[in-house]
Write a new protein. Structure first.
Length: 282
């Protein structure tokens, strides 16, 4: 009789565990879909801001950095700051001294503030940041953007003029004209891509807000790859799967890139005038 009850208890325990796992899997699937949807909304908002900026500047997109009379590219304010007035962050934009670097004393405070439109929901704070919170106490992951401008192919791609076939949509000292400078097509050119790597404040130019494609990287999208993030909650014990990279195309549409994408294809869609023939369903 005792053995019978033990077997019954084991069966109930196993059934309960399976039901809990099934319920968790359903919840996680829903949350992951919600996060990807939020990513898409963020990127579409960024795309709208880029096109609004172009409309106000004779169809020219912003440079990757706001020029400084003196100072390295890394000291400049980023292209993200240029978009603030077109994303309903007018007051934040006015806080910046745009003739100074992001790390100047004047720009320290706005540079280290939260910018929700550039954060994947997976890294947003679960509770609102209070007005009295010291900005310096915010974790690096909260001021580092989730979405980066694409400069083209290779680490030198942010610097050459547009006549160089390695160039992407964003670069230092160059402006891409939406009508004239993207013969590869807006729908076949990536403007902004998602990454989980923490690299610095969204207000800083170059590496903290800019990325390029390295064709020598065997895996472009993945947990340890340059691009993508897992949208599975950290508490789920099978949280290593489901890595995707949301990418904003030049025409404002958003694509979900998976680890299956090849480095060559990603490089082809990273340039504005590379002349590559890309399949519509890449």
């Amino acid at each position: 009789m005792k053995r019978k009850w033990i077997i019954v208890l084991l069966l109930v325990s196993v059934s309960g565990f399976l039901l809990v796992e099934l319920a968790c899997a359903v919840v996680v699937k829903w949350q992951a879909a919600a996060m990807r949807s939020s990513d898409s909304c963020n990127l579409k908002q960024i795309g709208i801001a880029l096109h609004k900026y172009a409309s106000a500047n004779e169809n020219d997109l912003p440079e990757a950095s706001i020029p400084l009379k003196y100072g390295a590219f890394e000291s400049r304010l980023s292209w993200v700051v240029s978009l603030l007035p077109f994303m309903e962050y007018d007051e934040r934009f006015k806080q910046f001294a745009r003739t100074q670097g992001w790390d100047s004393e004047h720009n320290q405070s706005p540079s280290r503030s939260l910018l929700p439109s550039f954060l994947c929901p997976a890294v947003r704070p679960s509770k609102p940041i209070m007005a009295c919170t010291a900005l310096s106490s915010l974790p690096a992951s909260r001021v580092s953007p989730s979405y980066f401008g694409v400069s083209g192919i290779g680490p030198e791609s942010p610097f050459p003029p547009l006549s160089d076939r390695r160039c992407g949509i964003l670069g230092h000292g160059r402006r891409v004209n939406l009508e004239k400078d993207i013969p590869d097509g807006l729908s076949s050119t990536i403007a902004v891509i998602e990454t989980a790597r923490v690299s610095g404040t969204w207000a800083a130019a170059h590496y903290p807000t800019l990325r390029w494609i390295d064709v020598d990287e065997a895996e472009q999208v993945g947990k340890e790859a340059p691009f993508g993030r897992t949208h599975v909650p950290s508490w789920y014990w099978r949280g290593s799967s489901g890595v995707v990279a949301s990418a904003l195309m030049g025409d404002g549409t958003v694509k979900q890139l998976t680890p299956k994408i090849s480095p060559r294809v990603l490089a082809d869609v990273a340039t504005v005038a590379g002349g590559e023939q890309v399949s519509p369903d890449w």
